[in-house]
Design a protein around this ligand. Structure first.
Ligand code: HEC
Length: 227
């Protein structure tokens, strides 16, 4: 028995030593353009899905999740914060999405998992996923109800054409931190000021500011963004 225990201990020590050696050696490849081995990918995926499943055990989606008002409000936030990574009807791909590992799922397509899909999406948007590029939007001040609005919108998005998507974004209140259930504290102002995107200068109206920014870039001696 004693010899058996010594054997187990020795194996653990050697294993820990080999692990430490690997970590310190720099042999672990952190580059985003080299995929994990299938085994490592499976391990991470299983840990992620089980962690999320455990966390959402007692969560319930709001009963009015498919309300058109929620969908409308979610559209503006989605367009302002998510499109570059998760695409939309009429947007086939983006540079940032191509470079991310894991690649952000194309949310203009129907969700692969059906079980608890709304609660799962809510949790992921609120808390983010470590070392993946998916931010925890609650840390940026997005309130729960605004997150549910985005979930409502994401559920609808796979049924939209590019034109319907554009019209819905146009009809939304643009980017706001609160949701439909809150007393519209950002919403009211946003309607009067017109929607504003993240890159529009603060206090100016997004729709007028956006072309101005583009124009300025066109005259820029270094041509703005080019490949
Ligand atoms: C910088 C890129 C990036 C941005 C911006 C981003 N995400 Fe993500 N998102 C990711 C990545 C990467 C994943 C996959 C993470 C993983 O599988 O570990 C993900 C996963 C998700 C998922 C889970 C999808 C599924 O079916 O597994 C949802 C839902 C989601 N994001 C919603 C959003 C919403 C809503 C926004 C905007 C508020 C947003 N994301 C902004 C990168 C991003």
């Amino acid at each position: 028995m004693k010899r058996f225990l010594m054997g187990v201990l020795a194996t653990l020590v050697v294993g820990a030593g080999a692990g430490a050696l690997f970590v310190y050696s720099g042999l672990f490849d952190v580059s985003a353009d080299t995929p994990h081995s299938p085994l490592v990918y499976r391990v991470i995926e299983t840990a992620r899905e089980n962690s999320i499943e455990r966390s959402i055990r007692n969560s319930l989606a709001p009963a009015n999740l498919s309300d058109t008002e929620r969908v409308r409000r979610g559209a503006g936030n989605y367009a302002a914060m998510c499109v570059e990574c998760h695409l939309a009807p009429g947007k086939a791909n983006s540079e940032i999405r191509k470079g991310l590992y894991p690649e952000p799922p194309d949310l203009s397509q129907p969700a692969k998992t059906q079980a608890d899909v709304a609660a799962r999406q809510f949790w992921i948007i609120k808390h983010g996923i470590k070392a993946s590029g998916m931010p925890a939007w609650s840390k940026g001040g997005i309130e729960d109800d605004a997150i549910w609005d985005m979930v409502a919108f994401i559920q609808k998005m796979p049924t939209l054409t590019a034109d319907q998507y554009a019209a819905l974004v146009e009809s939304s209140d643009g980017h706001s931190h609160g949701g439909v259930a809150e007393d519209n504290h950002h919403g009211e102002a946003a309607v009067q000021e017109a929607p504003h995107g993240h890159d529009a200068p603060a206090q100016t109206t997004g729709k007028q500011a956006a072309p101005a920014v583009v124009k300025k870039k066109a005259h820029d001696p270094n041509d703005g963004h080019a490949h």
